[in-house]
Write a new protein. Structure first.
Length: 212
């Protein structure tokens, strides 16, 4: 890797949430994990039509020119937050966001193949999502997209909420992972609180709205 690439990656890393910022943001229940790898290809996915299947795999398989990542987990390991900041060649970030928007608009569900197992992914209708994603989208960047997905069989589903924010040729991915439990239970309340605080912290830093 060239010195220029090293400098670019360091610049991207400066846009990520740092562990030292968590206590002041009311997130002292979270600790930083080892940075997740972005090199692995996603498993094959199948949508309702061949055309949507192609869009789905292209969107989730998109590779940025440069990317920096970090990850956090709360004390009881019930919530994992993954954050990535990426930079693409001119125009590619907007094209990727268009693909992701099409996936969430046209694919109410799809399957993901992992070995011999097929996992069903369902997109939660924004109108039914207590996180009010359509309101969150209006707060950030040149464009933003936020959706919640449920993965797995009923009763054993994982809840995955992702916010994508594009600013020029750079993009932020902020993903919250937890079990889909009782919507009125303490776990749901803890998730809502943690999400709210990360949604205040991470996009603002990415967009340069807070001191770094």
């Amino acid at each position: 890797m060239s010195t220029r690439d090293d400098a670019s990656l360091a610049d991207l890393a400066q846009l990520l949430v740092a562990a030292a910022e968590l206590p002041a943001a009311g997130l002292d229940d979270f600790t930083e994990l080892a940075s997740p790898s972005s090199d692995e290809d996603p498993p094959p996915m199948t949508a309702a039509t061949p055309e949507l299947t192609a869009v789905l795999n292209r969107a989730f398989g998109d590779k940025a020119a440069r990317e920096a990542r970090t990850s956090f987990m709360n004390a009881d390991s019930s919530i994992v937050v993954d954050e990535g900041v990426s930079e693409r060649v001119p125009g590619a970030a907007a094209a990727w966001m268009a693909d992701m928007r099409r996936v969430y608009t046209e694919c109410a569900s799809w399957t993901m193949s992992i070995g011999d197992e097929e996992i069903t992914i369902q997109v939660v209708d924004p109108a039914d999502d207590p996180g009010e994603p359509l309101k969150v989208e209006q707060r950030f960047g040149d464009e933003a997209l936020m959706r919640t997905m449920l993965a797995g069989a009923p009763g054993q589903q994982a809840r995955i909420t992702t916010l994508l924010v594009r600013h020029g040729d750079r993009a932020l991915e902020l993903t919250f992972r937890s079990l889909a439990g009782d919507p009125d239970g303490p776990e749901a309340a803890a998730l809502a609180t943690g999400m709210s605080k990360f949604l205040d912290l991470a996009p603002a830093k990415f967009l340069g709205l807070t001191a770094r």
